[in-house]
Write a new protein. Structure first.
Lengths: 88, 227, 742
């Protein structure tokens, strides 16, 4: 079993109203050091694969087929072997 | 002309579209369940508004994999008519039948109210009974109607006169104050290169009977059926 | 797995049960309950499920009427016949405590819960209304609650595709930290399609459908029956998360299933979840029910039987099918991507019997849980505060120098101002039946394929109830009826949500009793029975109890929707009439509160006979098409009502009021402009109909004064008020957005 951590954000060229609103809120709360903020999505996926490479290939395919919309979004991910696989 | 309304899990303007087509426009119309692989023999397919699959992941992202969407694509490829309204528009974008994508409204809030639309091009089966520059009053109801596309796509659509409706003031002026969701170039509705597929965020089916306040939406149906 | 915990007096107390109540449990069972059984009793005998503190008082409300197909208390919601083989089913319910803790999900699941109450009866929900109360909107904490609640309602209602067509919102310090979220739903059903929540027919299979069970809302019913304390913020896990998409599938699947004649009963799993739905369906049918917990779908691992029986996970239904129709039931749910799991069956006898892996986990008589909970007649006494707050020496209240300024101030108050910022976030048009949008006196929905319309209004002025609970209760019903009548519809029946503080306090219980007495008097006078509703006690913040807040949901029928009357002026040159009598009543008014900072005095008196005459007059005038517009006078009185008449969404119109001389002598000017005397309406009439309307009013013994004319672009009232309508409209529209910041 492998675990994939997938991050999806809006492309830099796309306006992110949610990110801007949150950034403004942080500034209002006195966090003047906050300079830029993008709100994204996070997927935690458990999948079966023979090795990390195959897992990564699968995750990439899933992202491009369904999980992201390439017109507005971009993604990055990490794959790791799951530590304690429960016996079933 | 015969029509079909596709029903996805979470569609909620399906009955509204059916009602207008059938009872108001007196057109033969059938429902098509999203699991169907074959469409009945129709000229027009309507992808209705709603929250297909709860709008989870992204609006329209899951619905576009419904079996019926393969048939809808074929239908469009053959040059027949497809209208996507609101969530239907979002599905058309996800399915690649129209270019671009939807972002959350600039205000981050859902918005439901009547807006003004300027008719930008009348060389389609959907707008042929209108005049360029006509102003229509039609309601919107969406949380993600902030249309986005890259500059090349926008220029292409402008050059090909594929932007059919823009948000405007009551007097027809374009401006941020009259753009309810922040959409690129004030876009409210677009068509494809072959001009047989229409995607629009406003709901013409909600503006087709006098008792509901506006009948401007009828212009679209009349263009289609009485052209 | 069953928790093996010894039931101790402390555990009994933690479950909110008294020693006496525990004694009854021992007597009923003839043995000591186990922990699961104790939990089941505690939720079913909580105020939320059993109405143990309110029952004797609620019995005062009239529940009989000629058109009632299902009466209050018999089922999940009452049902009223509207002719054409159609019936309507409606109910209002509170979700106050969950919304205080987590506004978005609290409000969203409130919408989900009331929708299930309606479609569980076989009715298709066609509208939602929300009655909301918050503290001072100028405080950040209130803004957070307010925005969260509105977004939560929008999230759920929009997604499921039921229009939110109206409601009301008030802001008052008494709701600081304890907002009220009351949601009303109305559905429509064919007379022969009504489904009961009954588990009849021994051997009939019992299905569990919908979302799997998790630990959410564990003990929510018990949670809703406790005062909010500082620690409530630690109670976060008790708030459920809603899934409107799942509910939409459930709704469509259940309504499709009903068409197939394959079920005998259905009940949603709301408060007290599986416990409540099993014991209530069995109790109504005087049967037994047996379920196997092993089969209940679960979202989390390691849940014990106590948790499964008490979970309040949302979007779940219990369906009692007809034996032999199992395939039909299963196929329809499969079609909608829902899994129907057969978890048990109807049994002879009278027991709710819960087993797990072959072992009996709980065995309790269904009626003992559902109907035989304790009932208390609580102590009551007239509160001491009343004498001092009712006292108001009018001679000490200086009339304002600048009436323009007062009117602007009133229109800028969030309780009076436009709520468009709120209702534009709700899809109020989906289903294409909404004829009168929010902003009208009442929402009006057409019924397709008929000539009929349904008008609905929610009302409840809590300041009146605080200062005079009896009169306040009466006025809440009267105003709701008047709002419905202003559209041309005839009031049929009400649902109500009664929001009060801690009923163990005699002063609170007295308020409760008085308000119900007032409502009873008005309901009897208008012949509008109560079809059901909800009581929410323990609405207290750490500082104090909320003002007593009955919320009335009045439903009316308009036989011919072409005879509908809008609330706004329509045409230049129409004559404006003030109908009804004005008195020197400024006690309990918004004017007194906002301009003078006083929440004092007696609220206006409501004469039921005068109100009945007014409503009769309006309905006759509407039927004879004599009214162009009609708008009720309420908070802010004549001047605010007049301004609202000018704010038509189709484009504003001005008005000139120049015949104050017709009004009775001896009135204070502030009472004329801002007083809230009852049973008054502003109408506009075509000049040609002037004689007819005056004559009709004379026949009905209703006072009528032709005070002015529609026209121009200013609102002019004698020599005291002159403001451009555009300027007033801007104040009215921006009051809430400018406080929210967007």
């Amino acid at each position: 079993m492998y675990k994939a951590m997938i991050n999806v954000t809006l492309k830099k060229s796309v306006l992110d109203p949610q990110g801007q609103t949150v950034l403004r809120a942080l500034e209002t709360l006195g966090f003047q050091d906050a300079k830029d903020l993008r709100v994204g999505k996070f997927f935690e996926l458990t999948l079966e694969a023979q090795d990390a490479d195959q897992a990564a290939r699968q995750v990439r395919a899933m992202c491009e087929k369904l999980l992201i919309n390439p017109v507005i979004e971009e993604y990055s991910f990490q794959v790791a072997k799951e530590g304690n696989v429960p016996k079933s | 002309m015969k029509a079909a309304v596709v029903v996805f899990p979470g569609s909620n303007c399906d009955t509204d579209c059916y009602h207008v087509l059938s009872n108001v426009m007196k057109t033969p119309v059938a429902y098509v369940w999203h699991k169907e692989r074959i469409l009945p023999k129709v000229d027009l397919v309507v992808l209705p508004g709603g929250f297909s699959y709860g709008d989870y992941l992204r609006t329209g992202a899951v619905a576009r994999f419904s079996p019926a969407m393969e048939a809808v694509k074929k239908h469009a490829d053959q040059g027949r008519y497809v209208i996507g309204i609101c969530n239907g528009f979002q599905i058309l974008l996800e399915a690649g039948l129209l270019p671009g994508a939807m972002l959350r409204n600039r205000t981050l809030r859902f918005v439901c109210r009547h807006v003004w639309l300027r008719v930008e091009d009348v060389h389609t089966v959907y707008t042929r009974k209108m005049a360029k520059g006509d102003i229509l009053c039609i309601p919107i109801a969406h949380g993600e109607g902030n249309y986005y596309c890259d500059e090349d796509t926008l220029r292409l659509m402008q050059d090909e006169s594929r932007i059919l409706f823009r948000y405007c003031s009551e007097g027809g002026i374009l401006g941020d104050a009259y753009n309810p969701n922040g959409s690129t170039d004030h876009i409210a509705g677009i068509t494809n290169k072959k001009r047989n597929v229409l995607g629009m965020m406003p709901h013409p089916e909600r503006a087709s009977e006098r008792i509901l306040g506006s009948t401007d939406g009828r212009m679209i149906w009349e263009s289609l059926f009485e052209g | 797995m069953m928790p093996t915990v010894q039931v101790t007096p402390e555990l009994v107390r933690e479950h909110g049960l008294t020693q006496e109540e525990y004694g009854r449990i021992l007597a009923i069972l003839g043995r000591t309950p186990n922990l699961t059984e104790l939990g089941m009793f505690s939720v079913m005998w909580s105020e939320h499920c059993s109405y143990k503190n309110s029952k004797p008082i609620l019995k005062l409300l009239p529940t009989r009427g000629p058109n009632l197909l299902v009466r209050a208390g018999e089922e999940n919601a009452g049902i009223v016949d509207i002719g054409d083989n159609l019936a309507i089913c409606f109910k209002i319910e509170s979700h106050n405590h969950p919304s205080a803790v987590e506004p978005f999900q609290g409000a969203a699941t409130g919408v989900g819960g009331i929708l299930r109450d309606i479609f569980t009866m076989g009715a298709r929900p066609i509208l939602l209304m929300d009655s909301l109360r918050f503290g001072d909107l100028d405080k950040p904490q209130t803004r957070r609650l307010f925005s969260g609640v509105v977004a939560g309602i929008a999230h759920y209602g929009n997604c499921i595709g039921v229009p939110t067509v109206g409601g009301e919102i008030y802001f008052n310090d008494s709701y600081e930290g304890n907002p009220l979220v009351n949601v009303m739903c109305l559905g429509i059903v064919h007379r022969d399609g009504i489904v009961k929540g009954k588990a009849t027919g021994t051997g009939n299979p019992v299905y569990y459908v919908g979302a799997p069970t998790g630990r959410d809302g564990l003990g929510g019913a018990a949670f809703a029956s406790r005062e909010l304390t500082e620690e409530s913020h630690e109670d976060r896990p008790a708030v459920q998360v809603g899934d409107p998409f799942k509910e939409k599938l459930l709704l469509e699947a259940c309504l499709e299933l009903i068409q197939t004649d394959s079920i005998v009963g259905m009940q949603d799993m709301g408060a007290a979840g599986l416990t409540c739905s099993t014991c209530e369906t069995a109790s109504r049918a005087s049967s037994g029910i047996a379920i196997d917990l092993t089969k209940v779908p679960r979202r989390e691992t390691g849940m014990n039987s106590y948790e499964v029986m008490l979970s309040e996970s949302q979007e779940r239904m219990l369906v009692i099918a007809k034996k032999g129709k199992e395939r039909v039931v299963e196929e329809i749910f499969e079609k909608w991507d829902l899994h129907a799991v057969r978890i048990g069956e109807v049994t002879s006898g009278n027991l709710v019997r819960v087993t797990e892996e072959g072992k009996v986990i709980a065995e309790i008589p269904a009626k003992a849980l559902a109907d035989e909970g304790p009932v208390y007649v609580r102590e009551e006494c007239k509160p001491e505060y009343l004498a001092s707050v009712q006292e108001l020496d009018l001679s000490q209240i200086r009339e304002p120098k600048d009436f323009n300024a007062v009117l602007k101030k009133l229109l800028d108050h969030p309780s009076i101002a436009s709520k468009a910022w709120v209702w534009e976030q709700y899809d109020h048009m989906v289903r294409t039946d909404t004829v009168f949008y929010p902003g009208h006196d009442a929402a009006l929905i057409r019924i397709k394929d008929t000539s009929k319309g349904i008008a609905v209004s929610t009302d409840g002025n809590s300041l009146y109830c605080y200062l005079d609970p009896f009169e306040g209760g009466k006025i809440a019903v009267a105003e709701a009826a008047r709002n419905v009548v202003c559209t041309g519809a005839k009031p049929l029946a009400i649902t109500n949500c009664l929001n009060f503080g801690n009923p163990m306090k005699p002063e609170i219980f007295w308020q409760f009793h008085q308000v119900v007495n007032g409502m009873t008097a008005a309901c009897e006078a208008f012949e509008t029975p109560v079809t059901g509703g909800n009581v929410s006690f323990y609405n207290e913040s750490p500082v104090a109890a909320i003002y007593p807040t009955p919320v009335i949901g009045m439903v009316g029928l308009l036989e011919d929707i072409t005879k509908r009357i809008p609330s706004f002026f329509v045409r230049e040159g129409d004559l404006i009439f003030l109908v009804g009598e004005t008195f020197n009543e400024i006690g309990a008014s918004h004017y007194l509160a906002i301009e003078h900072g006083l929440e004092k005095g007696l609220p206006p008196r409501l004469d039921l006979n005068r109100e009945i005459a007014l409503q009769k007059f309006l309905l006759e005038a509407a039927d004879r098409k004599l009214l162009v517009s009609a708008h009720d006078l309420s908070e802010g009185g004549f001047s605010v009502a007049l301004a609202e008449c000018c704010f038509s969404p189709e484009g504003g119109l001005g008005a000139v009021i120049d015949r104050f001389d017709l009004l009775p002598a001896g009135l204070r000017w502030d009472a004329v402009f801002f007083g809230e005397s009852q049973s008054r309406v502003l109408i506009s009439v075509k000049p040609d109909d002037q004689e007819q309307i005056i004559c009709l009013a004379g026949n009905d013994r209703v006072s009528i004064y032709q005070v002015g004319k529609v026209g121009g672009d200013h609102l002019i009232m004698g020599d005291r008020v002159k403001i451009a309508v555009e300027q007033l409209a801007a104040i009215y529209q921006h009051a809430i957005p400018r406080r929210i910041g967007g």
